[in-house]
Every structure is written in structure tokens, then in C-alpha cells.
Write a protein that binds this ligand. Structure first.
Ligand code: PEP
Length: 267
């Protein structure tokens, strides 16, 4: 269902009217984790001022350590919904458990499946039935074939509104948190009609890499980027070192718009 053979035209997925697909380069920005109403609204305003059209933010955080901040849960979702009402930005947020899908879908405009859950097949099937677009991150140790098969689990339940997101894979390299597999973008586009984005924040784990990785991804054809922003990264409860501040985000969006126009795409 997700292969180009089945559907020879590249797809555009609409998230509350915002397109993600071959005609545009979509910027999704927001905090890694929803921490407070003020922090989320401030991050959303930074995102919107820079030109992002979708707000990201984690209410359920799949942390490596059980002692790390796990997110605010449903309270975080309520904060995201309030910020959407305030700014008009549709919300992309992660769901980590099949039994939470219905509840998260009541608040979210797009459901994110994180790298650690890419092969959680029960969760994939549940989001396939939730009636909301899905952002499917690549498992950090998954092959492209496994990633596309994970998308197939969602599609098989009747939901073809799937956006793939390359977020770095495990390699021997330790200079970055994970290695952004830039070749995944054109490889996937030759196999699947689904839009493909990249997440330079979680792959690099470093603020200074977000701009160059984003530029590289858009240059090879990515349909958008998903980035972390925070009004006070030094106080962030999660992944502060990779979060952009307002100026960084403006520079990023300017640069993506320039690239998009060279490539004949809308920013
Ligand atoms: C995230 O986007 O909040 C996240 C945790 O990303 P990943 O699943 O790619 O690590």
C-alpha cells in the first residue's frame, strides 16, 4: 500500500489543511517536551514567527532512563490544545502506548510514532485506526525495508496519511548522537509515495548541526524538517542542547525558503 508501485504519484498528507508533500517544504517546530503552558506558548510563538506551520511537542516522552522526565501526559495534551487555540498551529505529538491512542487522538492533529516504537505493531495498528495523520519515525536500528513495512502496518488498517521521518540511525560514530542517514530520503522516494521528512534535532543531538543537516536533507529532496525549539534551552527538562532559539529558527527557515525556491518548491 505504501509502495510507488501501488500508487505511482507522490502523496501529499494534509494535517488540518497544512500540506506535507512534494510541492512544499514544511517546517514543524516546537519544544521537545511540553513543560509548562508558558514555555509551550512561547515556543509556539517562536515557531510561528519564524514561519513554521505545525507545532510539535511531547506530552508522553519515551526516555531511555525511567528516572528521566517522562512528560506531563494528558495535562501536556491539554496545554497543546490550548496553545493551538491561541496560535492556530495544528499539533503533532507522540503516542507511546496502544491504550492511549484514542485519548491522544482527541487532542492531536497528527500522531507521532517515535523511533523506539517503530516496530510496536499493536501501536501501529491502533494509530492506523485512529483517523489522524501519522508521523512515523524510523527506528534507530531499522533498515529502510523494516521502516516501510512498519508504515504498511498503519496503511493496512485503512490510514494512508503517513509521513515518514528519518531521525538518525546507530552507527559506530560517536561525534553525533545518531547518524542522519541522508541517503534514506532519495532511497525512500524511489520506493514509496509517502512524504519524507527529517529530524535533525534528535539525530545530531546538537544545536549547531540542525542548520547544515536540514539544508542537506532539503537539497536531496526532503519534504520538510521537524525541529526542537525552546525559549530557554538551558532550563529544558529534555534535550536542551539540541533546541534552537528564536534567531536560529529564523535563520533556518530563511535558508530553507532559499533552497526551496532554487528547487522550485514552496517553502
Ligand atoms: C521526539 O521527537 O520527541 C523524539 C523523542 O524523537 P525520537 O523518537 O526520534 O527519538
Amino acid at each position: 500500500l505504501v509502495s510507488l508501485e501501488h500508487h505511482p504519484e507522490r502523496s501529499t498528507v494534509h494535517v488540518r489543511g497544512v500540506p506535507i508533500g512534494p510541492d512544499s517544504v514544511t517546517l514543524i517546530a516546537g519544544p521537545c517536551a511540553v513543560e509548562t503552558p508558558e514555555q509551550t506558548l512561547e515556543a509556539a510563538r517562536m515557531a510561528q514567527a519564524a514561519g513554521a506551520t505545525l507545532l510539535r511537542g511531547g506530552a508522553f516522552k519515551p526516555r531511555t532512563s525511567p528516572y528521566a522526565f517522562q512528560g506531563l501526559g494528558e495535562l501536556g495534551l491539554r496545554i497543546l490544545a490550548d496553545v493551538r487555540a491561541e496560535t492556530g498551529l495544528p499539533v503533532v505529538t507522540e503516542v507511546v502506548a496502544a491504550h492511549d491512542v484514542e485519548m491522544v487522538a482527541r487532542y492531536a492533529d497528527m500522531l507521532q510514532i517515535g523511533t523506539r516504537n517503530m516496530q510496536n505493531f499493536g501501536l501501529l495498528q491502533a494509530v492506523g485506526e485512529a483517523g489522524k495523520p501519522v508521523l512515523l519515525k524510523r527506528g534507530m536500528s531499522a533498515t529502510i525495508e523494516e521502516w516501510l513495512m512498519a508504515a504498511e502496518y498503519i496503511a493496512q488498517r485503512g490510514n494512508l496519511d503517513i509521513v515518514l521521518c528519518e531521525r538518525g540511525i546507530r552507527t559506530f560514530e560517536t561525534a553525533t548522537r545518531n547518524t542522519l542517514d541522508i541517503s534514506a530520503v532519495p532511497v525512500v522516494q524511489r520506493l514509496s509515495h509517502l512524504p519524507v521528512m527529517i529530524d535533525p534535532s534528535h539525530s545530531g543531538g546538537r544545536r549547531d548541526l540542525v542548520l547544515p543537516l536540514s539544508r542537506a536533507a532539503v537539497a536531496v529532496g526532503a519534504d520538510g524538517v521537524l525541529v526542537d525549539v525552546h525559549p530557554h534551552p538551558e532550563e529544558a527538562r529534555c534535550d536542551g542542547p539540541q533546541a534552537l532559539v528564536a534567531d536560529d529558527l529564523r535563520v533556518l527557515q530563511r535558508s530553507l525558503l532559499d533552497l526551496a525556491s532554487v528547487l522550485g518548491r514552496k517553502g
